[in-house]
Design a binder for this molecule. Sequence first.
Ligand code: GLU
Length: 303
Amino acid sequence: MPLPPGGYIGRFAPSPTGPLHAGSLVAALASWLDARAHGGQWLVRIEDIDPPRCSPGADLFLLQQLAACGLHPDQPPVWQSQRHALYANALQRLIQAGLAYGCACTRKEIEAALLAQGVQRARHQQAVYPGTCRLGSHGRAVRAWRLEVERIAGATDLHWQDRRLGPQTQNVAAEVGDFVLQRADGLWAYQLAVVVDDAAQGVTDIVRGADLRDNTARQILLQRALGLPTPRYLHTPLVLDARGEKLSKQHGAPAIDTRSAASCLAALRQAAQALGLPEEPGADAGISDQLLRWTTMWRARWG
Ligand code: GLU
């Protein structure tokens, strides 16, 4: 899809792991408002590339919930599960350019190699792949495909600008390492699919939750490796539960109630509040009027 000059294309890209909850509605509303405030298009992409994590019917239910909240995409939604050929093509290009390599290491072998190098790793911290297969898989069968990050400009010192959070920087080589593009079980990594789809759909602006901020440097490196443009980014504040944890399906966040216009409006009001949009005392508007008012406020702040 060609990019309209000076145009704006935004998107909401939910993983259909469950219904919309207060946290995902914030990302949906923010991306919709940003697109409207810029006179742009708003797309919805169902990120169902990890079938074990998806819950059956959640995709259609999410779309219904968005529609009930007055958030209608400007083009028919797309499903990542129908776009494998695009991801395979991108991986081939990276391999041909010498930027991706096959990795034969099991998790145990990676742990053992790190231990042998004396690398201590904090609990829950992702292992930085020690690069064992960079020069070949030593006759072992290839399991996964990895990006050789240090071959890409900016891998050790990547700078980017977040519209809300300001200048950001990450040393992807040291903090993340050669990350996976296609997993040992054949599934595509989120990083590859999201970068390929954002470019294929001509997305100019990514507005999403701050929990995804940490992925951005990796995604920019991949854009560079594939010769794709880098969109603008805005990461929204996260909605936390009473324990201070991010609202998520894993933590049992309840679905927003979209059974009536009043309950949709209540959920939208809560999302708008999380986005710092001022409350209008006594405002008694319908969903579309309210969305219009928030669009004006959003334009004044982020336009
Ligand atoms: N599918 C991802 C999620 O639901 C979001 C991807 C993105 O916005 O970049 O967490």
